[in-house]
Write a protein that binds this ligand. Structure first.
Ligand code: SME
Length: 169
């Protein structure tokens, strides 16, 4: 199916951006298509809507390892163990992690040396973890509690609409 272009009004605040974006992402997600297709479009929509994002992507869980999934940005690390780095810590604790300065996060995995701040949101439903959503920025402190709130809302839409038991990694 062809998707329309994602439209966010230029000059919007981040909050307005999320409010414009989430309903559009909701309509991009098609439960009848492979999950990977929806996740790919979600990363494209986020990257195009926010200039502050240098990299955005999913890491998907298989056998205690997070594997690189659909993403937008530079080539990235392909495997992260549960408990390692920001992604692996978020997967382990099942909590959203905001990192204002990546150099201050013990064990941060630097896929891109220019990355300065990061946010990771776990992707889980009914206590089952499917992966994480990771966003990076070239500026310090790019992500805050407001980003966490809207990105959690977005991830909730994904896990509710898509049947992750069908995902193949
Ligand atoms: N920085 C992440 C690794 C993934 S890249 O940022 C794309 C981490 O510490 O888990």
């Amino acid at each position: 199916m062809m998707a329309d272009e994602i439209i966010v009004i230029q000059g919007s605040t981040d909050k307005e951006n999320y409010e414009q974006l989430i309903p559009q992402i909701n309509s991009l997600i098609n439960p009848d298509e492979p999950i990977i297709s929806s996740l790919s479009n979600v990363t494209a929509a986020l990257k195009s809507a926010f200039k502050k994002i240098s990299w955005v992507g999913f890491y998907l869980l298989k056998d205690e390892t997070l594997y690189l999934g659909p993403f937008q940005g530079k080539v990235a690390c392909t495997q992260i163990k549960i408990g390692s780095g920001v992604c692996g810590t978020s997967a382990q604790t099942r909590e959203t992690i905001i990192v204002e300065d990546v150099d201050k996060f013990p064990g941060h995995i630097a896929c891109d040396s220019k990355s300065k701040s990061e946010i990771v949101i776990p992707l889980s439903r009914d206590n089952v973890l499917w992966g994480v959503l990771d966003l990076d920025s070239y500026s310090y402190s790019s992500f805050n509690a407001m980003d966490a709130k809207y990105l959690n809302e977005l991830v909730k839409v994904l896990v509710q609409k898509l049947d992750f038991t069908k995902i193949k990694i």
